[in-house]
Structures are given as structure tokens and as C-alpha cells.
Design a protein around this ligand. Structure first.
Ligand code: ACO
Length: 321
């Protein structure tokens, strides 16, 4: 038995901040941001708009594409680093919004690799036979944990949500998932505040992303190169067997380095970082939904998703649409 993606959806908040807007707020330039990252603009939430709001809209779009109603869903997983509350989980809040009652629902926290982790977990639930129809969401309001006076971080991120429906299937869908982490790099990319430590910063609204960008960049390029090899090897596939790369959208230079490793032309790499910025756990399902709805990725094609994020965490999913 396999699990297969049968619907995709996404949602971006209406408010847009482009690089020229940032020029007015910080000592930065459109040219610097575009040259170093490929980002032109990002969407951000307004006061009162939450991660669950974005998750709900993306989930409804995915359910509509898959032709599923609330009664069909028996598993909800939300990958997020920016939950609405400490508890209940955003998955439980989303379950309530969708009028779903009683099914398994939980959050996954693996920062930018969150969606890959969530898809990996959903695949295992479905393959085990315990669940039949999963709603898997990546949703973030990263703008809430950015120091908007720190030009080395705030220009990079954006808000959004993406979702997929994953169902049981006799035909191959998700072929393999590969999930990794190494906590020894905790300080290269972190928000050093939480409930049981640094709570004062959380209360003061000073829980911000801190990143040693250059070191993260090098680790990301090397690690993603290795995960590509691991994924191909596990499936006994060649680079030329992959039709599409849907990478985590952190930086166009990291994306190009992974595409080069796969010997893939950029026409077969889904790129949304220019329009969305880095939306963390939402970035892959957002990019995937864009490419599926534009009918660039077609049924039967082979897709590799890969991500790298805080933790460090990293992983990949190989699937047939
Ligand atoms: N505008 C203008 N200048 C800037 C800005 C800015 N927004 N930010 C930094 N600079 C300056 C720096 O101060 C530095 O100036 P200096 O040379 O006078 O000291 C100069 O630009 C170069 O800085 P670097 O940090 O060396 O620039 P780099 O080429 O490494 O690019 C970047 C920085 C874009 C952050 C890059 O390192 C990167 O993309 N790293 C990976 C980040 C990433 O992908 N994080 C997320 C992965 S995990 C996840 O998604 C959570």
C-alpha cells in the first residue's frame, strides 16, 4: 500500500512588503536582497491574522481539489514554528475550524524542514493502514518572530501556508522519505526564547530569529547535496529520472546549487522564493501548489522535495504525482 497526494492548496496573506518598502525601514537595498537571495517581495500578516487563519484557507483549497469533506479526514498534521498558542496545537485549532471531530491531530516542529517531516509521518501512518486520508499543512507567520531592525534576518522571511491531502493508494505515490537532524548546530539558527527558558523575552515580544547566515548557507548547500544522493540511491534512481525539484525556498543561490548537483535545468525547478521569501515550513507546499495548479507538474511525473532548517533539520521526499 502507498500514500499519494490527491489535492494541493495554498494561501498567502494579502499584505505585501517588497524590497523597496524595506529600503525605507532599514539600511538595505533592493539590489543587495535580490543579488544575495533572489527575493523581490514577501507577504506578511496584519494584526490579528494568525497561522491558523492561513492554514485554514490553504486546507480548504486542498480539500476542494481532492474532493474531500470534513468526514473524510482522519489525520491532521500541521508543521509550524509559529503556532497560534502554546497549546492547544494549531492542528487542533484547525480541526475545529474545519468542523472535524475526533480524528488524530498534532503539530510538528522541525522549522523549515517541518513540511517534509509532516509528509514523512503522514506517509508512515497511511502505509501502516491505521489512517486513510491525511490533511498535511505547513503554515507560518515568521514575521512575528523577526527583529524588523535586523537587516541580516528580516529581509529573508515571509508568511504563508500550503497544504496537501494524502490518501491510501494502490499505485505508487510517495516513494520514500528521508528525515534527519543534528542538534549540535542549535546556535547557528535559533530563536533563543521559549516557555521554560527565555520566557521574559517571549513576554517582552523580543523572541527573534538569530542566524549566522554565512555558516548556515555553507551547511545547507553541502547537506542538501548529500540528501539528493541518499534519496536517489534509496530508490535506485538516476538524476535523469527526476522530473521536478521542489526545494525549500530559502535562497536562490542554495536552490541553484542543489539543481546543479542534480544536473537539472532551472526550468524543472519550482522557484517561488522571489515572490514569497522564505516561508519556513510553508515554502514547499506553497511552491508545490503553484506548480500543480499551473499544470507544470503533471500526473505521473517524479518530484523530489528537499529542505534544510533550524535544528539543524533536513530531509527529502520522493514522490510520483
Ligand atoms: N542589506 C544590505 N547589506 C546587508 C544585509 C542587507 N539586508 N544583510 C547583511 N548585509 C551586509 C553584511 O553586514 C555584510 O557587510 P560587511 O561585509 O560590511 O560586514 C555583507 O552584507 C555581507 O554579509 P554576509 O552575511 O557575508 O552575506 P552573504 O553573502 O552570506 O548573504 C545571506 C547573507 C543572504 C543571509 C546568506 O548567508 C544566506 O542566504 N544564508 C542562508 C540563510 C538561509 O537560507 N537561512 C534559512 C535556512 S533555514 C531556514 O529556512 C530557517
Amino acid at each position: 500500500m502507498y500514500s499519494r497526494i490527491t489535492g494541493t492548496g495554498s494561501y498567502l496573506p494579502e499584505k505585501i512588503l517588497d524590497n523597496h518598502d524595506l529600503e525605507k525601514m532599514l539600511d538595505t537595498s533592493d539590489e543587495w536582497i535580490r543579488d544575495r537571495t533572489g527575493i523581490k517581495k514577501r507577504h506578511v500578516v496584519v494584526d490579528g491574522e494568525t497561522t491558523c487563519d492561513l492554514a485554514e484557507k490553504s486546507a480548504r483549497n486542498a480539500m476542494e481539489m481532492a474532493g474531500k469533506t470534513a468526514d473524510d479526514i482522519d489525520l491532521i498534521i500541521v508543521a509550524t514554528t509559529t503556532p497560534d498558542r502554546i497549546f492547544p496545537s494549531t492542528a487542533c485549532l484547525l480541526q475545529q475550524r474545519l468542523d472535524i471531530h475526533g480524528c488524530t491531530a498534532f503539530d510538528i516542529q522541525a522549522v523549515c524542514t517541518g513540511f517534509v517531516y509532516a509528509l514523512g509521518v503522514a506517509d508512515k501512518f497511511i502505509r501502516s493502514g491505521s489512517h486513510k486520508c491525511a490533511l498535511v499543512v505547513g503554515a507560518e507567520t515568521l514575521s512575528r518572530i523577526l527583529d524588523w531592525t535586523d537587516r541580516t534576518t528580516c529581509v529573508l522571511f515571509g508568511d504563508g501556508a500550503g497544504a496537501v491531502i494524502v490518501e491510501t493508494s494502490e499505485a505508487p505515490g510517495i516513494l520514500s522519505t528521508h528525515l534527519h537532524a543534528d542538534g549540535q548546530y542549535e546556535n547557528l539558527l535559533t530563536v533563543p526564547a521559549g516557555v521554560s527558558s527565555g520566557y521574559d523575552k517571549l513576554l517582552a515580544g523580543e523572541a527573534y530569529v538569530q542566524m549566522r547566515g554565512n555558516e548556515v548557507f555553507k551547511m545547507a548547500v553541502n547537506t542538501l547535496g548529500r540528501i539528493v544522493d541518499e534519496t536517489l540511491e534509496a530508490n535506485n534512481m538516476k538524476k535523469s529520472d527526476i522530473d521536478w525539484l521542489v526545494p525549500h525556498q530559502a535562497n536562490i543561490r542554495i536552490i541553484k546549487a542543489t539543481a546543479k548537483k542534480l544536473k537539472m535545468h532551472m526550468d524543472h525547478v519550482v522557484v517561488t522564493v522571489d515572490e514569497h521569501g522564505n516561508t519556513s515550513a510553508a515554502s514547499i507546499p506553497l511552491a508545490f501548489d503553484v506548480a500543480v495548479r499551473e499544470e507544470r507538474i503533471k500526473p505521473g511525473e517524479t518530484v523530489m522535495m528537499e529542505a534544510f532548517g533550524g535544528g539543524f533539520t533536513w530531509g527529502s521526499v520522493l514522490l510520483k504525482l
